[in-house]
Design a protein around this ligand. Structure first.
Ligand SMILES: Cc1ncc(COP(=O)(O)O)c(C=O)c1O
Length: 367
């Protein structure tokens, strides 16, 4: 009887393939390529488009550094654009203000889980400018046309990092419609092996030989992550429902306080993934500095945070001397992210709001 070195039905990527196919079905994309992070996904998405030195890639400044770093890894120049004050996301106008003859790509960020209208943006861009979507926050969100984020036909990058709505501790994926690009991405994520390395193991008729055809990376996903991801994905509707209840309770409690807080546009809509619950303070109604408030909340074991310190203010990028991002500048010191997760309870929300109210009122008394 022939002896197979393939453990029946378990290892060698079968769970990864199943996760990719379930994720593809969930978002309506024919090709899903899992990778080890969204950072890798963004980098590989730009790499397969041939982005390189001399090219400009427009990205919002209000994002995590991975969005812009992807361009920098390839020797291209990230060009920061402004965002809309209400959605806190890029618009056709804020992008258009930064388009030059050297613009090769735009990386849209679905900030917080708000789905940018990429059809409108695509229509406003020169035909040869590539659109890539950073959907690290937006699994489960829906575009203006009602389709899930990931089903646009662009290359859409997801994160499954520990704090994301679907988590595999670390991990990421690219969703796309182009099977040729997907095949190249499968090669690039696996050291540049000419074909899907796992399939060599899975199909006993094919002898394993590693044909390294180009300079690839060690950026693959694992079955261990996929096993977690499959369960997480199946629970996404249930977890999204809890996030909505949590967000609505915050709104009710904060509205009752009348402390001049506004939420990100669309955050209570069905189309929003509610990865982040971002609020903006009305400076006329509060006297305490946002950062002091954050520190005080943290001292009370409340994980409030800021997303993000704009990239054009980060030491890595500030030397670039970006000008004219007035909305990003105004948001930078006024926004705060409230804790939200599928494991929170309404009592947790009450605790956060009570402390927020107490700190804001106390500070007012001191003035
Ligand atoms: C907007 C955005 N893009 C990209 C990333 C990178 O994701 P990962 O940690 O999976 O590399 C993050 C991470 O939080 C993010 O917030």
């Amino acid at each position: 009887m022939p002896v197979s070195c393939v453990p029946a039905g378990s290892a060698w990527g079968r769970k990864t393939l199943a996760f990719e196919s379930e994720l593809g079905a969930f978002i309506g994309a024919p090709e899903v390529v899992t990778v080890n992070s969204c950072t890798s996904a963004l980098f590989l998405a730009l790499l397969v488009e041939g982005i390189g030195p001399g090219d400009e890639v427009i990205v919002p400044s209000l994002t995590w550094c991975a969005t812009a770093n992807a361009a920098l890894y390839l020797g291209a120049t990230p060009v920061f654009c402004d965002v809309d004050p209400y959605s806190m996301c890029v618009t056709p106008q804020t992008v258009a203000a930064k388009v030059t003859g050297r613009t090769r790509a735009v990386v849209v960020v679905h900030y917080g889980g708000y789905a940018v209208d990429v059809e409108a943006l695509r229509a406003s861009l020169p035909a040869d400018v590539i659109l890539v979507e950073d959907a690290a926050h937006a699994l489960g969100a829906m575009y203006a046309n009602g389709r899930p984020v990931g089903a646009s036909g662009h290359t859409v990058c997801f994160s499954f990092y520990a704090n994301k709505n679907v988590s595999t501790a670390e991990g990421g994926a690219l969703a796309l419609f182009d099977s040729g690009k997907a095949e190249r991405l499968r090669c690039l994520r696996m050291n540049g092996l000419e074909s899907h390395a796992w399939s060599r193991y899975i199909r006993p008729s094919v002898a394993f030989s590693a044909d390294v055809t180009e300079l690839g990376y060690k950026a693959n996903f694992t079955d261990l992550q996929a096993a977690i991801g499959r369960v997480q994905l199946s629970r996404l509707p249930e977890m999204a429902h809890v996030r909505l209840i949590i967000a609505e309770h915050y709104r009710e409690c904060l509205d009752a306080l009348g402390i001049g807080v506004t939420f990100q546009q669309g955050v209570f809509d069905k189309s929003h993934a509610r990865h982040l619950l971002v609020i903006r303070f009305d400076s006329a109604k509060t006297t305490i500095r946002r950062d002091d408030l954050l520190l005080a909340l943290r001292a009370r074991n409340i994980g409030a945070s800021v997303h993000y310190r704009p990239l054009h203010r980060q030491p890595l990028y500030s030397a670039q001397g970006v000008s004219c991002l007035p909305v990003t500048e105004s948001l930078a010191d006024a926004i705060m992210t409230l804790p939200i997760s599928a494991r929170m309870t309404l009592a947790d929300v009450d605790y956060v709001v009570e402390n927020l109210a107490c700190l804001l009122n106390h500070e007012k008394v001191l003035q």
